[in-house]
Design a protein around this ligand. Structure first.
Ligand code: SF4
Length: 376
């Protein structure tokens, strides 16, 4: 299991080790065809910050070679925001007085129709962690209802058992997104003071369970800025590498969420991830994992998303809302999870992608388990 690699690397990921790398180490890594974990560490070190340009050139070339000039588009649909956890960085925190609600299956269908009318065919379904309000059976009902309207459905919810993932896969879920938030066990315990999410290991092993259940694609990542970003970025990429090697039939992707303002007052004591460091992380991910998808959400500003687009990103959310409901005229709009920085509509995002010389892709995967999916 991946935890063994975390403990193995832990003693080496120290401030003095990061600082020991020199420009010559970065140049040696840039000349290599295939990178090892020790090369990833070099690319995340302070020394690599002076090499963003050559890193970007190589990252762009690798991305075009492996993915072409295409950009996959998707949007999130929050089904419910009830949550029994108290993650200090999230507005859905059980102790926060926000408008809580849950879409009925009919409302979810209405939201799905509104999203589908924009042309988007990849939908990501989200809930907070509440087994009573949004348990696997409820998710299954929503998946059955939405399945015929979309080419693929992804799930970003709390960690499930292998059997639950299998049932949702059979219902029509293709991909699972699950962020470890931080790989640092001490910070993890601090920022998750109560609720089932306190179980670090159950969360860490969830992508393995999803892969074992037959899910076609997994998307992982750390919430950058929550803890020491270098260690979290290193472990995120190492985790993706472990999943690629262990489950060669599964498409593995990394997301790069950065902490965003929310309804509450949490300020991480960790060093913030500046724009330059954020670019460094994305480039290091791309060079270490040339065939992994890289997903960028609307947490980032329009300008940042435009600038990052050619550097290795392969999927973007568009026209996204982080509230429960709101795509259609459904009155059931619950509070949002975090503030969105890129509020552009789907056509606006499409125009931006085309202007950058890329082809926006509404559909790069079709789930053929349902013969009526997207009218096929
Ligand atoms: S991050 Fe997820 S589990 Fe934590 S409070 Fe927010 S919705 Fe709940």
């Amino acid at each position: 299991m991946f935890y063994e690699q975390i403990t193995e690397w832990q003693p080496r990921l120290t401030e003095s080790n990061w600082a020991s790398f020199r420009g010559a180490d970065v140049e040696r890594v840039l000349a290599r065809e295939t990178l090892r974990p020790q090369d990833l560490a070099v690319l995340l070190s302070p020394a690599a910050l002076s090499y963003l340009e050559p890193m970007a050139k190589k990252a762009q070339a690798l991305t075009i070679r492996n993915f072409g000039r295409t950009m996959g588009l998707f949007t999130p649909l929050y089904l419910a925001n009830f949550c029994s956890n108290q993650c200090v960085y999230c507005s859905f925190h059980a102790g926060n007085k926000i408008v809580r609600c849950k879409l009925t299956v009919e409302q979810a269908l209405k939201e799905g129709k509104a999203i589908s009318s924009t042309g988007l065919q990849h939908l990501l379904l989200l809930t907070g962690e509440s087994r009573t309000q949004s348990g696997p059976a409820y998710m299954e009902e929503c998946v059955h209802a939405l399945r015929p309207m979309f080419a693929s459905l992804g799930l970003e919810v709390y960690p499930l058992s292998t059997e639950e993932y299998r049932r949702l896969y059979e219902a029509g879920i293709d991909s699972v997104t699950l962020f470890q938030e931080t790989y640092d066990e001490i910070t993890y315990a601090e920022v998750h003071p109560a609720g089932p999410k306190r179980n670090y290991h159950y969360r860490l092993e969830a992508p393995d369970r999803a892969c074992e259940a037959g899910i076609s694609a997994v998307n992982i990542g750390a919430l950058l800025g929550l803890s020491d970003w270098r260690r979290d970025a290193f472990y995120s990429a190492l985790h993706a590498d472990y999943l690629q090697r262990t489950y060669p039939g599964v498409e593995v992707a990394l997301s790069v969420p950065r902490l965003r303002p929310y309804a509450g007052s949490f300020h991480s004591s960790a060093a913030p991830v500046t724009d330059a460091l954020f670019v460094q992380i994305i480039l290091a991910y791309r060079l270490f994992l040339p065939r992994a998808g890289l997903t960028l959400s609307t947490r980032e500003s329009p300008q940042m998303r435009e600038n990052l687009l050619p550097l290795g990103i392969t999927r973007m959310s568009a026209g996204a809302l982080t509230s429960v409901g709101g795509y259609s005229d459904t009155a059931n709009v619950g509070s949002a999870q975090f503030e969105i920085a890129d509020e552009r509509s789907v056509p606006e995002v499409v125009r931006m992608i085309r202007a950058k010389g890329y082809l926006p892709s509404f559909c790069d995967w079709v789930n053929m388990r349902e013969k009526d999916a997207v009218g096929l």
